[in-house]
Ligand binder design. Structure first.
Ligand SMILES: Cc1ncc(COP(=O)(O)O)c(C=O)c1O
Length: 440
């Protein structure tokens, strides 16, 4: 039952397909409705259809026999194999350093709640961090009294050095933790994670560096051994296109035994750590009974992801779509906030295209118009990402932008369609009213 053999894939389908739609959304490997165009990978992607089938298969395997032994078989054959495959995909030397959790929020919370910190300690946060890695620290601070410091980057980023300098200038002898998102979900800026980890550790090797990789896994070619962070979190249901409600937390051996788990229950094999906690990231997996099927299918997802081209090619394809979108927006007079400078042939902006439509009304109008046309996008209001047209309306008082995050299931023609809609909204307030009425 090797993953590749059991995952049917139309021949000739790959991440480089420049016309996903015409190819039937990459040969039918996504169960996306004909009138729907997902373009919000930074929030959620459609689960690869063959992987969805594997989730069902493993769930059925357990349904047919809920004995402990049967569950053990699924875990030791599939979940452990999945862990090995994800470790290989992300350049993690030892799969024991990788815990399967439910999502990035949970992984961030393990770090946020588990590190021992107190008065006199400082934690340095990037102001673009997601709330689960920003506000969560403020809540913890209320209980433990350490000091929070923030890094704000210049409005225009043209080099990695600017980013590194901004972080390093905020370090002090009291800094215990630095945490940042590798790929910002609100600006599309790609932080030079390896160079930044190295600069922070050069200042003080005992500073704990946590990288929020919610937008990295499946979107960038990640190598954690090379990056040199101390921990890394991500979700399977974003760019990886994997089972929903799955996530990962990598913690290196130097630190794992010094971080307290949030929850203590059984591990995947129903073993409770009675004597002492595991010394590795395994301690973060003891969360009690959970569904093993989605975790078992992660290995099949890695196989399929590799069949589609693997991390390097998929990163290139996403970058090509990113540049295409930036160019297409530019041609209709819409500028973007996503950084466009390049360094060593790589753009500092990736995957997340932030369009500046000059007013929150236009942003909301464009977001609704795209929604009415079946194109899923998002808007950013202040530091908050909003994807729900029913309950989230942008505030006039906050800077508001439209966000497109295309993935390999998108084609250039999907982007053309989205940009044509944005242009229509930009040129007439009447069009906005029409879209609001259409939505209601
Ligand atoms: C940077 C970042 N961190 C954390 C999260 C939370 O991810 P999840 O909802 O999968 O826990 C997100 C979600 O968009 C994110 O963009």
């Amino acid at each position: 039952m090797g993953g590749v053999a059991v995952l049917p894939l139309a021949s000739g389908i790959s991440a480089e397909s420049d016309s996903a739609k015409e190819a039937g959304r990459l040969g039918g490997i996504f169960a996306v409705a004909d009138n729907v165009t997902p373009m919000n990978a930074a929030n959620l992607t459609p689960l690869l259809l063959p992987v969805a089938e594997k989730v069902t298969e493993y769930a059925q395997q357990l349904n047919s026999d809920v004995s402990f032994i049967n569950r053990r078989n699924i875990v030791t054959k599939k979940v452990d194999e999945a862990r090995e495959k994800v470790a290989a995909m992300l350049g993690i030397d030892d799969s024991e350093d990788l815990a399967f959790v439910r999502n990035t929020s949970e992984a961030n919370s393990v770090i946020n709640n588990g590190l021992v910190l107190g008065q006199g300690d400082e934690v340095l946060l990037w102001n673009q961090n997601h709330p689960t890695n920003f506000h969560s620290w403020s809540y913890r601070q209320k209980r433990h009294g350490f000091t929070l410091r923030e890094v704000l980057l210049p409005a225009e980023i043209t080099s990695s050095q600017q980013i590194i300098d901004a972080f390093v200038s905020r370090l002090t002898p009291k800094t215990r933790v630095v945490t940042f998102t590798e790929l910002s979900n609100i600006s599309g800026l790609r932080i030079p994670a390896k160079a930044l980890c190295s600069a922070i550790h050069a200042y003080n090797p005992d500073i704990f560096v946590h990288v929020d990789g919610a937008q990295s896994w499946g979107c960038l070619d990640v190598n954690l051994s090379d990056m040199g962070c101390d921990s890394f979190s991500s979700s399977g249901h974003k760019w990886f296109m994997g089972p929903r409600g799955t996530g990962i937390l990598y913690v290196n051996k130097k630190w794992a035994s010094r971080i307290w788990p949030n929850t203590l229950g059984y591990d995947f094999l129903m073993e409770y750590p009675l004597e002492e906690l595991p010394e590795t990231a395994k301690r973060f997996e003891c969360i009690g009974q959970r569904d093993v099927a989605p975790y078992a299918a992660i290995g099949d997802c890695v196989d399929l992801y590799n069949q589609l081209g693997g991390s390097q090619k998929i990163e290139q394809r996403i970058q090509s779509l990113t540049q295409y979108a930036i160019q297409a927006l530019d041609e209709v007079g819409v500028s973007v906030k996503t950084p466009t400078a390049t360094e060593n042939g790589r753009s500092l902006g990736h995957g997340v295209v932030i369009a500046d439509l000059q007013s929150s009304l236009s942003v909301y109008g464009a977001f609704l118009a795209l929604h009415n046309e079946g194109i899923a996008s998002a808007f950013v209001s202040g530091v908050q990402v909003c994807c729900d047209p029913q309950s989230q309306v942008p505030s006039e008082d906050l800077p508001t932008y439209l966000r497109l995050s295309p993935h390999i299931y998108n084609s250039e023609s999907d982007i053309d369609r989205a940009v044509a809609t944005i242009k229509r909204i930009q040129t007439s307030k009447f069009e906005i009213v029409k879209e609001v009425v259409r939505f209601l």
